[in-house]
Design a protein around this ligand. Structure first.
Ligand SMILES: [Zn+2]
Length: 183
């Protein structure tokens, strides 16, 4: 199953650009609507009010200009910060359902680690059990069983570490398939 990571989280900068374009479009649509709905005399009155020359002290223009520059700088800085401190896309992929179980894990750089199994029905965490444990501590099978009886999944593996490694590889493969991990 494909990881469920929002497009906006994968591309934070593109998402900002999209927001800007959407806002501009909405404002343009509102302006067009206003031109259609407001009668001509009122439009003329508004236009003449807007274009009437009024003298303001120079300080007000300077203040407006400084505020505009400050706002532009702040917006640019916020965009850069968002880009620099963004969470890598693959780190948003922390749960998925495969091998008939729900898994949750963490990322350590490019490695999916500490995967835990949960019952897909009741979301209870399932502790793996060794079946056929031998004196050397190895088993031929690892059992994941929901105590309520929803699921009973057996992995053919010598140790729990082997299952964990297999799960980690599976997660990383899914992340690569979904272009969340680059290499
Ligand atoms: Zn269950």
């Amino acid at each position: 199953m494909a990881p469920n990571v929002r497009w906006a989280d994968r591309h934070p900068v593109l998402a900002s650009v999209r927001t800007a374009i959407t806002t501009t479009s909405v404002l343009a649509a509102l302006a067009w609507l206003a031109k259609k709905l407001i009668p001509q005399p009122e439009q003329d009155a508004i236009w003449s009010w807007l274009t009437t020359k009024v003298e303001y002290p120079r300080g007000i223009w300077v203040l407006l200009f400084v505020a505009l520059i400050a706002w532009a700088l702040f917006a640019a800085w916020a965009l850069v910060r968002r880009y620099l401190h963004r969470t890598p896309a693959h780190e948003l992929y922390r749960t998925d359902e495969f091998f008939e179980l729900r898994w949750r894990w963490q990322w350590f750089h490019q490695d999916a680690v500490g995967a835990k199994a949960f019952c897909p029905e009741c979301d209870l965490e399932l502790e793996p059990r060794l079946l056929g444990a031998t004196i050397t501590g190895t088993a031929s099978q690892i059992l994941y069983e929901c105590p309520v009886g929803h699921k009973q999944i057996v992995f053919g593996a010598p140790t729990m570490q082997a299952v964990a490694a297999e799960i980690g590889r599976h997660i990383e493969r899914e992340a690569r398939k979904s272009k969340l991990l680059r290499d």
